[in-house]
Design a protein. Structure first.
Length: 174
């Protein structure tokens, strides 16, 4: 058994921390149950975060794929009604950006995301990464690398992109 002074210190500390001290036989059970509960919560949160991150990465890939396929319907499902896009040339509203990405003189043959990272905040998230697009335009074949930031919000139970910003990365110096 604890010496009386130690028991007093433990009880006093427990009183101030909101912990209830039971009999020594039950203390171990309560302690183990508390530790199990506290250790399981972060694992559940980590699993939720990982699942959300993977869902957002799939949406980023679907976004790139919609551009390759020139599919305005698919792109329209991914972006929110008030989505805006900005790059080094300015800001473009939703409908004009969808048209720009799914038509025009450039033909994108492949698009892939690299180095994606997601920062998740409840019902919103930011995804950053590099988009690599290969295709052909009026000046011939191209490979462009864009550093991007996409902002996502959970709207009516599903993730929608609400804002996108990217810039064409300079070609690496040789």
């Amino acid at each position: 058994p604890d010496p009386p002074i130690a028991r007093f210190v433990i009880l006093r500390a427990a009183k101030h921390s909101g912990v209830v001290i039971l009999s020594p036989a039950k203390d171990l059970h309560v302690l183990l149950l508390t530790l199990f509960t506290l250790s399981a919560a972060p694992l559940h949160a980590q699993a939720d975060t990982k699942a959300t991150e993977q869902a957002l990465f799939k949406l980023e890939d679907a976004f790139a794929n919609a551009v390759v396929k020139r599919d305005p319907v698919a792109l329209g499902r991914i972006v929110a009604p008030k989505w805006v896009y900005s790059d080094e040339s300015g800001v473009i509203e939703r409908d004009a950006a969808i048209k720009l990405f799914t038509s025009g003189t450039d033909t994108v043959h492949t698009a892939s995301n690299e180095r994606m990272r997601a920062m998740i905040y409840d019902n919103s998230a930011v995804v950053i990464g590099i988009l690599v697009m290969k295709g052909r335009g009026p000046k011939g074949p191209f490979t462009n690398r864009y550093r991007y930031t996409d902002t996502w919000a959970k709207i009516d139970g599903r993730w929608r992109c609400i804002a996108s910003q990217d810039y064409l990365m300079p070609e690496p110096k040789r």
